[in-house]
Design a protein around this ligand. Structure first.
Ligand code: URA
Length: 237
């Protein structure tokens, strides 16, 4: 792997900064400062330091993205921009994919990883990973509808949803919804089953991950060591 890619994918800096830092002698590989950031290193065996600190190499990449409107949750799409288009090429590792789906007009927390095994475990229906959404609806949700929502609803295709949580705020036309499953357009269809309509949907939590308020729409960052540990625990590691 090229040294600049290594520094980007381990979250040290951007590619342009990597170039400058290597030239300035702030990066060492096995105790020697290379002159250029395009040298190849073996991340498994070489010891790299950045500004005097040992860089920890992780086999997998874990990214938190604040998804904006207008992007589809796919690795490629012939028509629309995908969430992967928001990740710069130097940070894109082989096999990177969005873990779960948000509709094109849904906003918020999206996990992007190249750890297929963990991703599939987190998405497996039997994992019951909780997802929390902020919603706004066209009409207020009555207490009676909230009870129906919470005990499980029958959708238009006959599917019976698992019990979900709805916490109403304001006049009842906004609040938080927690699901432990992820069927296609699930929240929109649940509100439709109550003769209502979602007008805003943003995911705030996915399992142990909480959307970082420092991320603007379209921005991303690598997960912290603690977030990765919690995520792996959720996946049964
Ligand atoms: N439910 C929906 O209807 N849409 C989403 O994007 C996520 C959950």
């Amino acid at each position: 792997m090229r040294l600049d890619k290594f520094l980007v994918t381990t979250g040290c800096c951007t590619r342009s900064v990597a170039k400058k830092q290597v030239r300035a002698g702030a990066v060492s590989v096995n105790g020697v400062c290379p002159k250029s950031s395009d040298v190849n290193i073996d991340p498994e065996t070489d010891t790299v330091t950045y500004c005097g600190k040992k860089v920890i190499y992780r086999k997998y990449t874990y990214i938190m993205l604040n998804k904006p409107e207008g992007y589809v949750s796919a690795t490629e799409d012939g028509r629309d921009k995908t969430v992967l288009d928001l990740i710069p090429p130097e940070a894109r590792t082989k096999g990177l994919f969005p873990c779960g789906r948000l509709d094109k007009n849904t906003l918020g927390l999206m996990l992007i990883t190249d750890n297929g095994e963990l991703g599939h475990k987190l998405l497996a229906p039997k994992s019951h990973v909780a997802k929390v959404y902020r919603f706004k609806s066209k009409f207020p949700v009555s207490e009676a509808d909230a009870k129906r929502f919470e005990s499980g609803l029958v959708l238009e295709d006959g599917y019976e949803t698992k019990p979900a949580l709805i916490e109403l705020e304001g006049d009842g036309d906004e609040g938080l919804i927690t699901l432990v499953e992820g069927k296609y357009h699930q929240i929109k269809r649940m509100l439709e089953a109550l003769d209502n309509k979602i007008t805003y949907l943003e995911r705030l939590q996915f399992g142990p991950l909480t959307l970082d308020p420092a991320l603007d729409r379209g921005e991303w960052r690598y997960l912290t060591e603690q977030e990765i540990t919690e995520l792996e625990r959720h996946g049964g590691y």
